[in-house]
Design a protein around this ligand. Structure first.
Ligand code: SF4
Length: 339
């Protein structure tokens, strides 16, 4: 790990959306993490858990309610739109729906060139050369430049969207479910392209998805979100192979396994109940209503974030007091969870 400051540091980020009558949707609640240059942090959780809201708040599409966003050592949390302009080049987004994100009246060449015009980059001649190069980089053909989005397949449109994002030479890209609208056969191609671009250009990705298996393969670290909270954060291997938080364990146990023998051996944890409403989240642990290990203190007070086994985990099972109790009876938290 380098001694340099991380590319991105998110501290206690919170985003609540007012919805009238004094009520608020608690979309993101005190999320913290760091992201190094060239690193991918995969964010997983069920739909509505706050993944996309968090990605958009970091890019300041939404103004944060509280917390801090530090990019390249600079606090950008409270920067005005005007001051954010130069950062917008460096912080970009790839959208879930390639159909909706491309202007149907523009040719592919115009779509890719547009962000460079907005940011006053290069001469018309230089921009055209960059467009040509990007078309090739993302695996499209040179003559595609004069065609319109409706003439392309979903996978090709996502490539156009990626080329448009690359035009600004970003350093940090939020990939918001970039393959979930694509055919399965095309998904691997787009993932391979994103990985190749990261190797060549050193991008950092915040990769939002609900497919845990895919997030595991593409990410260096994984963050698991539940009801706007980051409940577990650690290296991909640790989180995927040795999950700590009861919610992560349930999520991983529910993920489909391609190998039928392994799938047969796998023990599924069935989660009962529903995710609580983000309009009225519980006062204690957000997962308490569905957790078989929930105690009275879990229901009354939100758990702190504990460091355990190279990870951050928001669960009372890993509090120093509980760890001491398990130790006194010669057990580990993993053994307690397996009981
Ligand atoms: Fe379950 Fe309590 Fe941990 Fe929440 S804090 S996940 S309720 S054991």
């Amino acid at each position: 790990m380098s001694n340099e400051a991380p590319l991105l540091e998110v501290r206690n980020l919170t985003k609540h959306f007012p919805v009238g009558h004094g009520k608020e949707v608690h979309a993101v609640n005190g999320v913290s993490f760091t992201l190094e240059k060239g690193e991918t942090l995969g964010i997983v959780g069920e739909s509505g858990c706050g993944k996309s809201s968090m990605g958009r708040t970091i890019l300041k599409v939404h103004e944060p309610t509280s917390g801090q966003i530090i990019f390249e050592g600079n606090d950008i949390t409270k920067l005005s739109n005007k001051k954010m302009f130069s950062y917008r080049k460096k912080m970009q987004m790839i959208f879930q729906d390639p159909y909706a994100s491309l202007n149907p009246r523009f040719t592919v060449g115009e779509i890719i060139e547009e962000p460079m015009i907005i940011h006053k980059m290069g001469t018309a001649h230089e921009r055209k050369a960059i467009v040509q190069e990007l078309i090739e980089t993302v695996g499209l053909k040179p003559d595609h430049i004069r065609r319109y989005p409706h003439e392309f397949s979903g996978g090709q449109r996502q490539r156009i969207g990626i080329a448009r994002t690359l035009a600004l030479r970003p350093e940090f890209i939020v990939c918001d479910e970039p393959i979930s609208a694509l055919d399965v056969s095309i998904q691997a191609q787009v993932i391979n392209l994103l990985e190749k671009l990261q190797r060549e250009r050193g991008f950092s990705y915040l990769f939002i998805a609900h497919d845990l298996e895919m997030v595991y393969h593409i990410s260096h670290k994984i963050g698991v979100m539940y009801l706007g909270n980051m409940v577990e954060l650690g290296s991909s291997d640790d989180v995927y192979k040795k999950p700590l938080h009861p919610y992560t364990r349930a999520l991983i146990s529910a993920a489909p396994i391609a190998d039928p023998h392994l799938a047969k051996e796998k023990k599924r944890i069935i989660l009962k109940g529903e995710v609580p409403s983000p309009l009225n989240p519980p006062v204690g642990c957000p997962f308490a209503g569905r957790c078989r290990y929930a105690s009275e203190s879990c229901r009354q007070k939100k758990p702190e974030i504990y460091e355990y086994d190279n990870r951050k985990v928001a669960c009372n099972l890993y509090s120093p007091e509980n760890l001491a109790k398990y130790k006194a009876v010669g057990k580990t938290p993993e053994q307690i969870l397996a009981e």
